[in-house]
Design a protein around this ligand. Structure first.
Ligand code: SF4
Length: 163
C-alpha cells in the first residue's frame, strides 16, 4: 500500500495538486486554511484515541463499541465527495487486511456526520481512484492546472498561477 488517503482525495480535487503533493512539494504550511484544518483536527474529539497509522494511511480515530467504526474529521463539506472517497479507501485498506469496519466523517464545525460504507460501487470507485493516482504520479511533469473555484484558497496557487 503505497498510496495515502490524502492522495486519493487529491486525485478528485485536482490532479495538479496531487502531483505536487506526491513529490513532497509541501506548501501546505503556508496556508491559513490548512492551519485552521489542523487546529480542528487537534482540538476536536480530544477524548478519542488519535491517529491510527496503517502503512501510509492515517485514520483520525477509531471507536470499537459494536464493531470497528473509523472516524475522519473534516473542516467543511465543500469537498464531501473527496472525503467520502478517502474514507472508502480506508475501509478498502482495512478490508484487504481482513478487518470489517464502517466509517463516519465528522464535521465538528457544522455538527454533522456522514456515514460511509464500502459497497460494490464504492470498491470500483476506489479501484479507479488508485489507478488514477498511479497514472498521475507517473507523469514527469505536473498536469496542466485547470482553474477551479477553490484555486484561490489552494496552497499551490502561486505555483500554478503566478506570472
Ligand atoms: S491552484 Fe488550482 S489548479 Fe493549482 S493545484 Fe491548486 S487546485 Fe489545482
Amino acid at each position: 500500500m503505497k498510496i495515502s488517503g490524502t492522495q486519493i482525495a487529491y486525485c478528485v480535487i485536482c490532479p495538479t495538486k496531487l502531483w505536487y503533493f506526491s513529490r513532497q512539494i509541501a506548501m501546505e504550511r503556508s496556508s491559513d486554511l490548512v492551519a485552521i484544518g489542523k487546529f480542528i483536527h487537534e482540538n476536536s474529539y480530544s477524548r478519542e484515541k488519535k491517529e491510527i497509522r496503517i502503512g501510509r494511511i492515517s485514520i483520525d480515530f477509531i471507536k470499537t463499541k459494536d464493531g470497528i467504526e473509523l472516524h475522519e474529521v473534516k473542516k467543511s463539506k465543500k469537498m464531501e465527495h473527496a472525503h467520502v472517497l478517502q474514507t472508502r479507501y480506508y475501509l478498502h485498506v482495512l478490508k484487504q487486511r481482513g478487518i470489517a469496519a464502517r466509517a463516519v466523517i465528522d464535521y465538528p464545525t457544522i455538527r454533522e456526520r456522514v456515514s460511509v460504507e464500502l459497497d460494490e460501487a464504492g470498491e470500483l470507485e476506489v479501484a479507479e481512484a488508485i489507478r488514477k493516482v498511479e497514472l498521475i504520479n507517473a507523469l514527469s511533469q505536473p498536469p496542466e492546472p485547470e482553474r477551479k473555484r477553490y484555486c484561490p484558497k489552494c496552497s499551490y496557487y502561486e505555483l500554478c498561477w503566478s506570472e
